[in-house]
Design a protein around this ligand. Structure first.
Ligand code: SAM
Length: 283
C-alpha cells in the first residue's frame, strides 16, 4: 500500500495489479483483533474503508456490489423470510436485504465487531437499517456458526466475506458448503461473492466444483462492474438444490423500494457469461 501525500494504492502482488484512489485525508486507523481497519476521505469516491489495505467499500460505488449480491437471490427465492449474512460487516448487504418486506429475520455473522462499529461511525447510510427489529448481529466466526446452525432453518445465505485467504478461506470450501446445504431449506439459495471473473477464474472454478460436491445441483455465476475491486469486474455465485432459472419478475418490476443498479431485466442479463468463463465453468 502506497500513501503519498495524495494517493492510496491497493497493490495486489498475486495478480500483478494495483488500483488507486486520490485521497483528501485519513479519517481512521486501528488494528482490531483480526485486521487493520482504515477509513479515508477520497476526492471523488466519498469515504472508503480498507481492511488490511484491501479496499472494501466506498460511498460512490458500493451500491452495485450490495445490490448484486442480495437481490438476484432474493428475487429468485419464492418467499425469502429468514436470511443469514456471513461477513458483511459494513452492513451494506444487510441494508439491501431489509428492503424486502417478506424478510422476517436477518442474522449477520461478522467475525470482527470493529468493522461494524467503524462502519456505523463513517458510513451511516449503509447502517441506517441496523436498528430494524428484524436485524440480528452476531460477532463470531461464520464457519463455526454454520456448523452449529439448525438444519433447514434458512431461506437464503449470503456470503459477503473478504478474499478467500486467512480467516475467510474456510468460507470457500466443500465442508462449509455442506453445512450451508444442511442449514438451508430445500428451496434455499446460497449467494457468495466470488471475486474477479478475469483475475480469479480458478477461484470461480473451485467454487463451482465445491458447491456441486456439497450437493448443490444448480450453480450459476452472475457478474457486474465494481470499479474499486481488482480488475473493476466482480462476480457472485448462486447455488441451490432447485432451479435458479426463474425469478419473481413481476414482484421485481413492482418492488416498492429503489435500486440504482439492479433491475428485473438486468437480472437475467447478469447471468450471461463471456465465452471464456462459460468454457472455464463448462456451462
Ligand atoms: N464487499 C467486500 C468484498 O467483496 O471483499 C466484503 C465486505 S465485508 C467488510 C467482509 C467482511 O468479512 C469483513 O468485515 C471480515 O471481517 C468478514 N469475515 C472474514 N472472514 C470471516 C469469517 N470467517 N466469519 C465471519 N466474517 C468474516
Amino acid at each position: 500500500m502506497l500513501l503519498d501525500q495524495q494517493w492510496f494504492s491497493e497493490i495486489d502482488q498475486p495478480t500483478g495489479t494495483a488500483f488507486s484512489l486520490r485521497i483528501k485525508e485519513k479519517l481512521h486507523e486501528e488494528h482490531s483483533e483480526f485486521q487493520k481497519i482504515t477509513v479515508y476521505e477520497t476526492t471523488d469516491f466519498g469515504r472508503m474503508m480498507a481492511l488490511d489495505d484491501v479496499i472494501m467499500v466506498t460511498d460512490r460505488d458500493n451500491f452495485i456490489y450490495h445490490e448484486m449480491l442480495v437481490h438476484p437471490a432474493l428475487f429468485i427465492h419464492p418467499n425469502p423470510r429468514e436470511i443469514a449474512i456471513i461477513g458483511g460487516g459494513d452492513c451494506g448487504s444487510l441494508h439491501e436485504v431489509l428492503k424486502h418486506h417478506s424478510v422476517t429475520q436477518v442474522t449477520q455473522i461478522e467475525i470482527d465487531e470493529r468493522v461494524t462499529r467503524v462502519s456505523e461511525q463513517y458510513f451511516p447510510a449503509l447502517c441506517e437499517s441496523n436498528t430494524d427489529p428484524r436485524a440480528n448481529f452476531l460477532f463470531t466466526d461464520g464457519i463455526r456458526w454454520m456448523q452449529e446452525a439448525a438444519a433447514h432453518s434458512l431461506d437464503v445465505i449470503l456470503i459477503d466475506s473478504t478474499d478467500p485467504v486467512g480467516m475467510a478461506e474456510g468460507l470457500f470450501n466443500t465442508a462449509f458448503y455442506r453445512e450451508c446445504r444442511r442449514v438451508l431449506r430445500p428451496d434455499g439459495i446460497l449467494a457468495q461473492q466470488t471475486e474477479s471473473p478475469l483475475l480469479h477464474t480458478a477461484i470461480l472454478q473451485k467454487a463451482h466444483h465445491s458447491l456441486r460436491t456439497a450437493g448443490f445441483a444448480q450453480v450459476r455465476t452472475l457478474h457486474f462492474p465494481q470499479c474499486v475491486y481488482q480488475s473493476g469486474w466482480w462476480s457472485a455465485t448462486l447455488a441451490s438444490a432447485e432451479s435458479l432459472a426463474s425469478m419473481r419478475y413481476q414482484d421485481c418490476v413492482e418492488k416498492k423500494f429503489t435500486t440504482h443498479y439492479y433491475h428485473a431485466d438486468l437480472h437475467a442479463a447478469s447471468f450471461v457469461l463471456p465465452q471464456f468463463i462459460q468454457t472455464a465453468l463448462n456451462t
